[in-house]
Design a binder for this molecule. Sequence first.
Ligand SMILES: NC(=O)c1ccc[n+]([C@@H]2O[C@H](COP(=O)([O-])OP(=O)(O)OC[C@H]3O[C@@H](n4cnc5c(N)ncnc54)[C@H](OP(=O)(O)O)[C@@H]3O)[C@@H](O)[C@H]2O)c1
Length: 341
Amino acid sequence: MIKVAVNGYGTIGKRVADAVSCQPDMEIIGVSKTKPGAEAYVAKERGYPLYIADIGKKDAFIKAGLEVAGSVEEMIQKADIVVDATPGGVGEGNKALYEKYQKKAIWEGGEEHELAGFSFNSSCNYDQAIGRQFARVVSCNTTGLCRIIKLIDSVFGVKKVRATMVRRGGDPGDIKRGPIDAIVLNPVTIPSHHGPDVQSVLPHISIVTSAMIVPTTLMHMHFINMELKNPATKEQVIELIKAHSRLGLIEKSTGITSTAELKEFTSDLLRPRGDLWENGIFADSLSVLDGTDLYLFQAIHQEADVVVETVDCIRAMAGDVKTAMESISITNKAVGLTAIR
Ligand SMILES: NC(=O)c1ccc[n+]([C@@H]2O[C@H](COP(=O)([O-])OP(=O)(O)OC[C@H]3O[C@@H](n4cnc5c(N)ncnc54)[C@H](OP(=O)(O)O)[C@@H]3O)[C@@H](O)[C@H]2O)c1
Protein backbone atom coordinates (compact mmCIF):
# COMPACT_ATOMS: atom_id res chain seq x y z
CA MET A 1 0.00 0.00 0.00
CA ILE A 2 1.26 3.49 -0.85
CA LYS A 3 1.26 5.58 2.34
CA VAL A 4 -0.12 9.03 1.49
CA ALA A 5 -0.10 12.16 3.67
CA VAL A 6 -2.22 15.16 2.73
CA ASN A 7 -0.57 18.36 3.89
CA GLY A 8 -3.40 20.93 3.82
CA TYR A 9 -6.86 19.49 4.39
CA GLY A 10 -8.96 22.14 2.60
CA THR A 11 -11.05 22.24 -0.59
CA ILE A 12 -8.67 20.05 -2.60
CA GLY A 13 -6.97 18.20 0.26
CA LYS A 14 -10.18 16.79 1.75
CA ARG A 15 -11.26 15.50 -1.65
CA VAL A 16 -7.84 13.98 -2.35
CA ALA A 17 -7.93 12.26 1.06
CA ASP A 18 -11.33 10.69 0.32
CA ALA A 19 -10.29 9.67 -3.21
CA VAL A 20 -7.02 8.14 -1.96
CA SER A 21 -8.68 6.27 0.90
CA CYS A 22 -10.95 4.36 -1.49
CA GLN A 23 -8.08 3.23 -3.81
CA PRO A 24 -7.09 -0.45 -3.51
CA ASP A 25 -3.36 0.36 -3.48
CA MET A 26 -3.22 3.47 -1.24
CA GLU A 27 -3.93 4.52 2.32
CA ILE A 28 -4.13 7.85 4.13
CA ILE A 29 -1.65 8.00 7.01
CA GLY A 30 -2.51 11.57 7.99
CA VAL A 31 -3.92 14.97 7.04
CA SER A 32 -2.97 18.40 8.33
CA LYS A 33 -4.59 21.64 9.46
CA THR A 34 -3.28 24.83 11.02
CA LYS A 35 -6.36 25.52 13.17
CA PRO A 36 -9.34 23.60 14.53
CA GLY A 37 -12.51 24.05 12.51
CA ALA A 38 -15.22 22.26 10.56
CA GLU A 39 -12.80 20.46 8.22
CA ALA A 40 -10.78 19.19 11.19
CA TYR A 41 -14.00 17.66 12.59
CA VAL A 42 -14.64 16.02 9.24
CA ALA A 43 -11.11 14.54 9.30
CA LYS A 44 -11.86 13.11 12.74
CA GLU A 45 -15.20 11.73 11.51
CA ARG A 46 -13.43 10.05 8.57
CA GLY A 47 -10.81 8.55 10.90
CA TYR A 48 -7.86 10.39 9.31
CA PRO A 49 -5.05 11.01 11.85
CA LEU A 50 -4.82 14.79 12.27
CA TYR A 51 -1.44 16.51 12.27
CA ILE A 52 -0.82 20.21 12.78
CA ALA A 53 1.63 22.62 11.20
CA ASP A 54 2.46 24.41 14.47
CA ILE A 55 2.60 21.90 17.34
CA GLY A 56 2.46 24.88 19.76
CA LYS A 57 -1.24 25.10 18.88
CA LYS A 58 -1.97 21.56 20.06
CA ASP A 59 -3.93 22.76 23.12
CA ALA A 60 -6.44 24.63 20.94
CA PHE A 61 -7.17 21.38 19.07
CA ILE A 62 -7.45 19.34 22.29
CA LYS A 63 -9.85 21.95 23.75
CA ALA A 64 -11.98 21.60 20.62
CA GLY A 65 -12.16 17.84 21.18
CA LEU A 66 -9.75 17.04 18.35
CA GLU A 67 -7.00 14.51 18.92
CA VAL A 68 -3.64 15.54 17.48
CA ALA A 69 -1.45 12.75 16.10
CA GLY A 70 1.63 14.98 15.91
CA SER A 71 3.35 17.67 13.87
CA VAL A 72 3.38 17.97 10.09
CA GLU A 73 7.08 17.09 10.20
CA GLU A 74 6.22 13.82 11.98
CA MET A 75 3.47 13.09 9.45
CA ILE A 76 5.87 13.55 6.55
CA GLN A 77 8.29 11.01 8.02
CA LYS A 78 5.53 8.35 8.05
CA ALA A 79 4.51 8.89 4.41
CA ASP A 80 5.75 7.46 1.12
CA ILE A 81 4.24 10.42 -0.75
CA VAL A 82 2.97 13.80 0.45
CA VAL A 83 0.22 15.62 -1.42
CA ASP A 84 0.77 19.29 -0.61
CA ALA A 85 -2.65 20.94 -0.87
CA THR A 86 -1.82 23.99 1.23
CA PRO A 87 -2.91 27.35 -0.22
CA GLY A 88 -1.09 28.51 -3.36
CA GLY A 89 2.36 29.86 -2.48
CA VAL A 90 2.48 28.12 0.93
CA GLY A 91 3.52 24.77 -0.52
CA GLU A 92 6.78 26.17 -1.83
CA GLY A 93 7.98 26.64 1.75
CA ASN A 94 7.45 22.94 2.48
CA LYS A 95 9.87 21.69 -0.16
CA ALA A 96 12.85 21.74 2.23
CA LEU A 97 10.99 19.35 4.57
CA TYR A 98 10.25 16.90 1.75
CA GLU A 99 13.89 17.07 0.70
CA LYS A 100 15.11 16.65 4.28
CA TYR A 101 13.26 13.32 4.62
CA GLN A 102 13.78 12.35 0.94
CA LYS A 103 10.03 12.03 0.40
CA LYS A 104 8.12 12.19 -2.83
CA ALA A 105 5.80 15.20 -3.03
CA ILE A 106 3.03 16.49 -5.26
CA TRP A 107 1.99 20.13 -5.31
CA GLU A 108 -1.22 21.53 -6.79
CA GLY A 109 -1.71 24.24 -9.41
CA GLY A 110 -1.27 27.20 -7.06
CA GLU A 111 2.48 26.56 -7.15
CA GLU A 112 4.81 27.37 -10.03
CA HIS A 113 6.00 24.72 -12.48
CA GLU A 114 9.62 25.42 -11.47
CA LEU A 115 9.01 24.26 -7.88
CA ALA A 116 8.56 20.64 -8.96
CA GLY A 117 10.24 20.93 -12.36
CA PHE A 118 7.51 18.73 -13.82
CA SER A 119 3.80 19.42 -14.44
CA PHE A 120 1.41 16.48 -14.63
CA ASN A 121 -1.77 15.53 -16.43
CA SER A 122 -2.88 11.88 -16.52
CA SER A 123 -4.01 11.97 -20.15
CA CYS A 124 -0.84 13.69 -21.38
CA ASN A 125 2.32 12.64 -19.58
CA TYR A 126 1.66 9.87 -17.01
CA ASP A 127 4.71 7.89 -18.18
CA GLN A 128 7.03 10.85 -17.55
CA ALA A 129 5.93 10.92 -13.88
CA ILE A 130 6.93 7.31 -13.17
CA GLY A 131 9.39 7.17 -10.31
CA ARG A 132 9.77 10.97 -9.94
CA GLN A 133 10.36 12.60 -6.56
CA PHE A 134 8.45 15.82 -7.29
CA ALA A 135 5.50 16.77 -9.50
CA ARG A 136 2.90 19.50 -9.78
CA VAL A 137 -0.66 18.64 -10.80
CA VAL A 138 -1.68 21.59 -12.98
CA SER A 139 -4.60 23.84 -12.03
CA CYS A 140 -8.25 23.00 -12.61
CA ASN A 141 -8.46 25.17 -15.74
CA THR A 142 -5.20 23.84 -17.18
CA THR A 143 -6.28 20.26 -16.44
CA GLY A 144 -9.51 20.81 -18.37
CA LEU A 145 -7.68 22.41 -21.30
CA CYS A 146 -4.94 19.76 -21.45
CA ARG A 147 -7.39 16.84 -21.55
CA ILE A 148 -9.34 18.04 -24.57
CA ILE A 149 -6.42 19.59 -26.46
CA LYS A 150 -4.30 16.42 -26.11
CA LEU A 151 -7.12 14.25 -27.44
CA ILE A 152 -7.85 16.44 -30.45
CA ASP A 153 -4.15 17.01 -31.20
CA SER A 154 -3.36 13.30 -31.14
CA VAL A 155 -6.02 12.53 -33.76
CA PHE A 156 -6.34 15.60 -36.00
CA GLY A 157 -3.34 17.75 -35.06
CA VAL A 158 -3.86 21.17 -33.52
CA LYS A 159 -2.45 24.20 -35.33
CA LYS A 160 -3.63 26.80 -32.82
CA VAL A 161 -5.85 27.00 -29.71
CA ARG A 162 -7.74 30.08 -28.60
CA ALA A 163 -9.59 29.77 -25.28
CA THR A 164 -11.49 32.08 -22.94
CA MET A 165 -12.04 31.09 -19.32
CA VAL A 166 -15.07 32.43 -17.48
CA ARG A 167 -13.89 31.72 -13.97
CA ARG A 168 -15.83 31.28 -10.72
CA GLY A 169 -15.20 34.02 -8.15
CA GLY A 170 -14.53 31.66 -5.23
CA ASP A 171 -15.36 28.17 -4.03
CA PRO A 172 -18.83 27.68 -2.46
CA GLY A 173 -17.50 27.65 1.10
CA ASP A 174 -15.22 30.63 0.56
CA ILE A 175 -16.93 33.70 2.05
CA LYS A 176 -14.02 36.05 1.53
CA ARG A 177 -13.78 36.18 -2.26
CA GLY A 178 -15.79 37.89 -4.96
CA PRO A 179 -16.79 39.72 -7.06
CA ILE A 180 -20.38 40.12 -5.85
CA ASP A 181 -21.53 42.22 -8.76
CA ALA A 182 -18.97 42.61 -11.51
CA ILE A 183 -17.29 40.89 -14.42
CA VAL A 184 -13.60 41.24 -13.65
CA LEU A 185 -11.03 40.93 -16.41
CA ASN A 186 -8.40 38.72 -14.81
CA PRO A 187 -6.00 39.59 -16.20
CA VAL A 188 -7.02 42.57 -18.30
CA THR A 189 -4.06 41.80 -20.58
CA ILE A 190 -4.13 39.08 -23.22
CA PRO A 191 -2.79 36.41 -23.13
CA SER A 192 -3.54 35.12 -19.63
CA HIS A 193 -1.14 32.76 -17.84
CA HIS A 194 -3.27 29.71 -18.70
CA GLY A 195 -1.71 29.25 -22.16
CA PRO A 196 1.87 28.99 -20.84
CA ASP A 197 0.56 26.70 -18.10
CA VAL A 198 -0.86 24.34 -20.76
CA GLN A 199 2.56 24.46 -22.42
CA SER A 200 4.16 23.25 -19.17
CA VAL A 201 2.45 19.92 -20.03
CA LEU A 202 2.08 20.18 -23.83
CA PRO A 203 5.05 22.36 -24.89
CA HIS A 204 4.39 22.07 -28.63
CA ILE A 205 0.84 23.48 -28.50
CA SER A 206 0.34 27.01 -29.82
CA ILE A 207 -2.29 28.57 -27.54
CA VAL A 208 -3.63 32.01 -26.60
CA THR A 209 -5.90 32.32 -23.56
CA SER A 210 -7.88 35.07 -21.87
CA ALA A 211 -9.82 35.02 -18.61
CA MET A 212 -12.43 36.84 -16.57
CA ILE A 213 -13.97 36.24 -13.15
CA VAL A 214 -17.75 36.30 -12.60
CA PRO A 215 -19.99 36.17 -9.49
CA THR A 216 -20.53 32.40 -9.28
CA THR A 217 -19.02 29.63 -7.17
CA LEU A 218 -20.06 26.41 -8.87
CA MET A 219 -17.77 25.91 -11.86
CA HIS A 220 -15.70 27.59 -14.55
CA MET A 221 -16.89 27.74 -18.17
CA HIS A 222 -14.44 27.56 -21.10
CA PHE A 223 -15.07 28.70 -24.65
CA ILE A 224 -12.51 26.91 -26.82
CA ASN A 225 -11.59 27.22 -30.48
CA MET A 226 -9.06 24.83 -32.02
CA GLU A 227 -7.71 25.27 -35.52
CA LEU A 228 -7.00 21.74 -36.73
CA LYS A 229 -4.27 20.50 -39.05
CA ASN A 230 -6.53 17.85 -40.59
CA PRO A 231 -10.28 17.93 -41.22
CA ALA A 232 -12.71 16.53 -38.65
CA THR A 233 -16.44 16.10 -38.34
CA LYS A 234 -18.59 16.81 -35.31
CA GLU A 235 -19.56 13.13 -35.17
CA GLN A 236 -15.92 12.01 -35.11
CA VAL A 237 -15.09 14.39 -32.26
CA ILE A 238 -18.15 13.32 -30.27
CA GLU A 239 -17.14 9.65 -30.60
CA LEU A 240 -13.61 10.44 -29.39
CA ILE A 241 -14.97 12.32 -26.38
CA LYS A 242 -17.34 9.47 -25.55
CA ALA A 243 -14.37 7.08 -25.48
CA HIS A 244 -12.39 9.28 -23.05
CA SER A 245 -13.40 8.67 -19.43
CA ARG A 246 -12.20 12.07 -18.18
CA LEU A 247 -14.23 13.93 -20.82
CA GLY A 248 -17.90 14.00 -19.92
CA LEU A 249 -20.43 14.74 -22.64
CA ILE A 250 -23.48 16.78 -21.66
CA GLU A 251 -26.07 15.54 -24.11
CA LYS A 252 -28.74 17.85 -25.53
CA SER A 253 -31.40 15.46 -24.22
CA THR A 254 -30.50 16.32 -20.60
CA GLY A 255 -31.67 19.87 -21.24
CA ILE A 256 -28.63 21.11 -19.30
CA THR A 257 -27.30 24.45 -20.56
CA SER A 258 -25.70 25.85 -17.39
CA THR A 259 -23.28 25.06 -14.59
CA ALA A 260 -26.13 25.23 -12.06
CA GLU A 261 -28.11 22.46 -13.77
CA LEU A 262 -24.94 20.44 -14.25
CA LYS A 263 -24.04 20.66 -10.55
CA GLU A 264 -27.61 19.64 -9.66
CA PHE A 265 -27.25 16.66 -12.05
CA THR A 266 -24.01 15.44 -10.45
CA SER A 267 -25.54 15.88 -6.99
CA ASP A 268 -28.63 13.91 -8.02
CA LEU A 269 -26.35 11.21 -9.43
CA LEU A 270 -25.02 10.98 -5.84
CA ARG A 271 -21.49 11.87 -6.80
CA PRO A 272 -19.62 12.70 -3.54
CA ARG A 273 -20.09 16.44 -2.86
CA GLY A 274 -21.74 16.61 -6.32
CA ASP A 275 -18.24 16.51 -7.82
CA LEU A 276 -17.71 16.53 -11.58
CA TRP A 277 -14.26 14.98 -12.02
CA GLU A 278 -14.36 15.09 -15.81
CA ASN A 279 -14.70 17.99 -18.26
CA GLY A 280 -18.37 18.80 -18.86
CA ILE A 281 -18.44 19.26 -22.63
CA PHE A 282 -21.72 20.53 -24.03
CA ALA A 283 -22.42 18.23 -27.00
CA ASP A 284 -24.71 20.75 -28.64
CA SER A 285 -22.03 23.47 -28.54
CA LEU A 286 -19.51 21.32 -30.37
CA SER A 287 -19.19 22.59 -33.93
CA VAL A 288 -16.69 22.04 -36.72
CA LEU A 289 -16.82 24.86 -39.25
CA ASP A 290 -15.08 24.65 -42.63
CA GLY A 291 -13.70 21.20 -41.69
CA THR A 292 -10.84 22.41 -39.48
CA ASP A 293 -12.31 25.04 -37.14
CA LEU A 294 -13.48 23.35 -33.91
CA TYR A 295 -15.54 25.15 -31.24
CA LEU A 296 -16.96 24.01 -27.91
CA PHE A 297 -18.07 25.06 -24.44
CA GLN A 298 -16.92 23.03 -21.46
CA ALA A 299 -17.70 23.35 -17.75
CA ILE A 300 -14.86 22.67 -15.34
CA HIS A 301 -15.60 21.86 -11.70
CA GLN A 302 -12.66 23.58 -10.07
CA GLU A 303 -12.88 21.62 -6.82
CA ALA A 304 -12.93 18.20 -8.47
CA ASP A 305 -11.09 17.68 -11.75
CA VAL A 306 -7.59 17.81 -10.25
CA VAL A 307 -8.49 15.24 -7.56
CA VAL A 308 -8.49 12.17 -9.81
CA GLU A 309 -5.38 13.51 -11.55
CA THR A 310 -3.63 13.74 -8.19
CA VAL A 311 -4.49 10.11 -7.45
CA ASP A 312 -2.99 9.04 -10.80
CA CYS A 313 0.08 11.17 -10.12
CA ILE A 314 0.63 9.41 -6.78
CA ARG A 315 0.39 6.04 -8.54
CA ALA A 316 2.80 7.08 -11.32
CA MET A 317 5.37 8.41 -8.87
CA ALA A 318 5.10 5.26 -6.75
CA GLY A 319 6.08 3.43 -9.91
CA ASP A 320 4.16 0.14 -9.85
CA VAL A 321 1.44 0.96 -12.40
CA LYS A 322 3.14 1.71 -15.68
CA THR A 323 0.37 3.02 -17.94
CA ALA A 324 -2.01 5.93 -17.71
CA MET A 325 -4.86 3.78 -18.98
CA GLU A 326 -4.42 1.29 -16.15
CA SER A 327 -4.15 3.96 -13.45
CA ILE A 328 -7.08 6.00 -14.77
CA SER A 329 -9.21 2.86 -14.82
CA ILE A 330 -8.31 1.96 -11.20
CA THR A 331 -8.89 5.53 -10.00
CA ASN A 332 -12.20 5.93 -11.82
CA LYS A 333 -13.56 2.62 -10.56
CA ALA A 334 -12.57 3.36 -6.97
CA VAL A 335 -14.16 6.83 -6.81
CA GLY A 336 -17.22 5.81 -8.85
CA LEU A 337 -16.54 7.82 -12.00
CA THR A 338 -18.87 6.45 -14.66
CA ALA A 339 -20.11 8.28 -17.75
CA ILE A 340 -22.55 11.07 -16.84
CA ARG A 341 -24.52 10.70 -20.04
N1 LIG B 1 -9.98 25.46 -4.78
C1 LIG B 1 -9.82 25.26 -6.06
O1 LIG B 1 -10.73 25.52 -6.82
C2 LIG B 1 -8.55 24.72 -6.60
C3 LIG B 1 -8.59 24.07 -7.84
C4 LIG B 1 -7.43 23.51 -8.35
C5 LIG B 1 -6.24 23.63 -7.68
N2 LIG B 1 -6.22 24.31 -6.49
C6 LIG B 1 -4.93 24.41 -5.80
O2 LIG B 1 -4.91 23.48 -4.72
C7 LIG B 1 -4.11 24.00 -3.65
C8 LIG B 1 -4.97 24.06 -2.40
O3 LIG B 1 -6.04 24.96 -2.64
P1 LIG B 1 -7.40 24.87 -1.82
O4 LIG B 1 -8.39 25.65 -2.60
O5 LIG B 1 -7.69 23.48 -1.45
O6 LIG B 1 -7.00 25.69 -0.52
P2 LIG B 1 -7.83 25.82 0.83
O7 LIG B 1 -9.25 25.42 0.62
O8 LIG B 1 -7.53 27.17 1.36
O9 LIG B 1 -7.20 24.71 1.76
C9 LIG B 1 -5.87 24.80 2.19
C10 LIG B 1 -5.70 23.99 3.46
O10 LIG B 1 -4.33 24.06 3.85
C11 LIG B 1 -4.26 24.25 5.25
N3 LIG B 1 -3.02 24.98 5.53
C12 LIG B 1 -2.77 26.28 5.40
N4 LIG B 1 -1.47 26.54 5.71
C13 LIG B 1 -0.92 25.35 6.02
C14 LIG B 1 0.37 24.95 6.43
N5 LIG B 1 1.36 25.83 6.55
N6 LIG B 1 0.58 23.63 6.69
C15 LIG B 1 -0.41 22.73 6.59
N7 LIG B 1 -1.68 23.07 6.18
C16 LIG B 1 -1.90 24.36 5.91
C17 LIG B 1 -5.48 25.03 5.62
O11 LIG B 1 -5.83 24.69 6.94
P3 LIG B 1 -6.42 25.76 7.97
O12 LIG B 1 -7.76 26.15 7.41
O13 LIG B 1 -6.50 25.00 9.21
O14 LIG B 1 -5.43 26.90 7.98
C18 LIG B 1 -6.50 24.47 4.62
O15 LIG B 1 -7.13 23.35 5.17
C19 LIG B 1 -3.59 25.35 -4.16
O16 LIG B 1 -2.36 25.16 -4.79
C20 LIG B 1 -4.63 25.75 -5.18
O17 LIG B 1 -4.16 26.68 -6.12
C21 LIG B 1 -7.34 24.83 -5.92
